[in-house]
Structures are given as structure tokens and as C-alpha cells.
Design a protein around this ligand. Sequence first.
Ligand code: FE2
Length: 372
Amino acid sequence: MTDIASSTTTPAARLTGWDSIEFWVGNARAMAGFLTGAFGFRVTAYSGPETGVPDKASYLLEQGKIRLVVTSGLTPESEIWSHVRTHGDGAHDLAFVVDDATATYEAAIGRGARPVDEPYELTDEHGVLRLSSVGTYGETKHTFVDRRDYHGYYCPGFQRDGLPPEPVGPKVGLVDIDHVVGNVEEGRLDEWVAFYEDVMGFGQLRSFDETQISTEFSALRSTVVWNGNNIVMPLNEPAEGKRKSQIQEYIDTYRGPGVQHLAFRTGDIVQAISSLRARGVRFLEANAAYFTDVRDRLGFLDLPWEDLQRLGILVDHEPDGHLLQLFTEPVTDRPTVFIEIIQRGGARGFGEGNFKALFESIEREQNRRGNL
Ligand code: FE2
């Protein structure tokens, strides 16, 4: 326990699960088009000047239980534009469902969180939505969303009329947010882990250092924090290697800490990757030796090996079971945030057995950008 936790008797806030993840981007209409066309999301609500919100445009995108919001500013003085100017497109708000936005906010502030938005209400004919936010790494924030007295579709100011048409494409089948990963400054991982433990009431799920996560060139340290249930947030920091760590490349490019990747879970990764590839999504490709090696090590698992190899899907195994995963290229112009597709077959890990293959693949791209 640190000073923060021991200095207060306020119990930590209880977070029920993910509410939504909001990206601040340069062109929300284009990003919404990309996420629908390439990733199979549906636009389910819109807010902007037509709905009485004059200074920004937001699209709500849904697939399974996943809710993303992409927002851009409509005036030069918008805070969204200054965020985009510094960071490029990025995930700005990781929002959680709570029972009471005020009590959660007060618990977090009482335990040392940085205030961002004091508790406030948004109201329309469907009721009252109560919200508050605190800061986390970099300029990223956590919004606490209390939906108990709101019966509208998503949020006051959003409407469901006149939405963009749904692009045609094969079903992708993403069902939920599996985990959301943050990159933090070198030397500050322990501080951010303590923030999630002491302020947010999270626990540690597992932890790796550079002896477990390194390639010839690059290294990182990682600790996974979680709420004990459905909110799982690995945190990475760069570690000293022969060349620049990919985590340091992110921090240099994003101009600070931020969200590195969102992992979406599917029940059928063969269908998901096959559809995503058909829709034009580009993935980080493992090198040619990967499948020879992984089939040598894990060939005893009853898996559709031909499909996995054809689609480039990575396989990992732990005592509890296996997992299948694949990582996209960055989805923004700066090499920052990317998406992971994951199917779990009992394993609760994050693909540690694949980290080396993944990192070598990232480093090939890093080298092409002149950043290795
Ligand atoms: Fe991941």
C-alpha cells in the first residue's frame, strides 16, 4: 500500500465494466467510414450541429458489446483540435459504467486521482445521464458513466435518424473489449500500476520484464492491472535495448503516453480475420519461420492449423488453455494505436509466447520508418 491508499478511508470505486472508448480524430466522418467498412462496425447514433451540438461531430460505432465513439472538432479553437495537433488521432477517453458517477468520482479524487470533469448531468426527454472524469496516463481520461436514470439510446445529443448507410461486407463477429493497453513513460510503470491499484482499486493480473519481452533490438516491461472481472488493462514502459524500443517510438510519435492497442474478442477468429482481410484490413505478418516453429511446439493442440497458417493467425498456449490472436497495423497515420483480434480457448494471458514474433514484425515496420 502506498501513502495515497493508506491516507484515506474512502473505499475504492466499483467499476462495473466498459462503457465506451472515445477517439479524438481529425475527421470523424472518415474514421467512422473506416471502422464500418474495414472492421464491420455499425454507426448507431450521431451527434453534431444537426442534433444541437454546434462545435463537434461524433459517431457512435457498435459491434457486439463494443462501443466506440469517434469525434472531431468543428471550430479552430476546439480542444479536440489541440489534442489532434499534439497526438494525431488517438483514444482520449476510456469510459466505465458505474453505479454512481459522483460517489465514484469522489472516491477516486479522495484517493489521489487528477480531476478532469467534476460530476455533471446531461438531460433530454429520455432522462438524466450522470458523468464525471479523472485523468490517467498522458492526456487520456477515464469517464465514469451512470446510466441508471437514462433510458435513451446512448447519450443526450445523439440521434439515430439519417445515419450513414452500412457498407456491404462479410460479417466480422467481434463481441467484446478484451483488454486495452497503455504505453507509459520509461521509469514510470510502477507509478501507474500504483495508480490503478490505489486509486481505482484494481489488482495486478501479471507482470513481465525485459528478460521475458525482448528481441535482439528492443525491450519493454509490462504489468497487467484489472478490476478482478471484465476490465483488463496492460501497461507497458520502454526498457533499454540495443535500439529504440517500440514503446519509445510510440511515446515519441504520440508525444506522450497513450493507448497503444485495443483488443477485441471474437468467438471465431478464423471467420473474423478472413472477413477483415477481405475488407482490406492490414495486419502485422509473422515471419515465414513462425508457423514451422509454432506447429513444432503446439501441434498437439486440436486447432484448424491450415486456416490459421493461411490467415497468419498467431497461437499461444498456457497451462489453462490456448489463445489465438492477430494484430493490425496502426489504424492512424502516426504509428501509434492498433487493434488486436483475440479468441480465447481457456488461456487468460496476452500471447506472451508470441511477443517475440510480434515484436520482430513491429521492428521491421519501425525500421522502414527509420525509427529503429
Ligand atoms: Fe494485447
